[in-house]
Ligand binder design. Sequence first.
Ligand code: TXA
Ligand code: MG
Length: 318
Amino acid sequence: MTTNIKKNSGKVIQQACEILSNGELLAIPSETVYGLGADATSDSAISRIYKIKKRPHINPLILHVSNIKMVEQFAETNTLFYSLSKYFWPGPLTVILNQKKNNEISKLATSNLSSVAVRLPDNKIFQNIIEKFNNPIAAPSANISGNISPTNPYHVYEDFGEEIKLIIDGGQSEKGVESTVVDIRSQDIIILRHGPITQKMLENKVDCKIKKKGSNKKILSPGQMFKHYSPSKKLIINSIKPTKNCSFLGFSNIMPDKKFDGIALNLSNSGDLNEAASNLFKMLRFLDKTDTQEIVVAPIPNKDVGFAINDKLKRASS
Ligand code: TXA
Ligand code: MG
């Protein structure tokens, strides 16, 4: 019985705000993946997130806002922030800024760092909740740490069951992979996590240097240290041939021939990388439940959102 999955309505938004005010958690749909939301200013609510997700405390959370004013209350904004938010918000871009001194945000949410991650999600349900609650909402992906991220309410239920009071059903997440994370504290943009906003899209809009993580030896994004997106089965990537006892995740015309009698799914028949990103976690979760030893995945072109797809597949297979 999935009694905690509810469709959006005025009553559900009201319930969402009550849950947040009580320092409890709920799952909220977004255009990237479902988030596990809590009041960003409440230590006890934030500590529940870490506990229920089994997330290491050194991995900070993203704060979700519904307008720029909200960001200005707790973060030091700069010119680059105003251009990026103008072009890409609401949307799947998370920016790292310095925190303002003496702000209200829970130190647990930011893992005691001097910086903070912020995003304005492109999802009306999420935006409505933030607006009505009138406080930033901290929300990591709504999965147990290390598991595959959730792109529909049933994925959230698979990981947490009735442990969370409310999972709002906003259908399948359109983008299907997590937001791009960029550090914009200096004059340059440093891409910390690849996602739906690609390097090319950033280059087209702003006139500054864009670096990839790794150009700086210091670990800038704690989340990137951990194993991620892992199915319980062995994942073999960049392969055009199925193995003996596998299910196959194809792309475009790379699919097993007729002799293959296992389960084969195609991330995108037409070779559309956006469609592939949207299907990725859903199909991986499905194949992980089938009766095979391994999941073999076709090569995915390393361009546009394909960077994000390959990054996730690499982590899931290592
Ligand atoms: O699309 C998304 O970003 C989803 C939806 C729910 O918004 N959220 C999400 O959150 O993916 P999470 O917690 O699964 O990933 C957040 C990432 C982690 O890699 C974390 O280390 C990084 O953002 N992060 C958070 N605060 C940071 C900071 N101050 N400096 C560097 N990286 C930070
Ligand atoms: Mg996550």
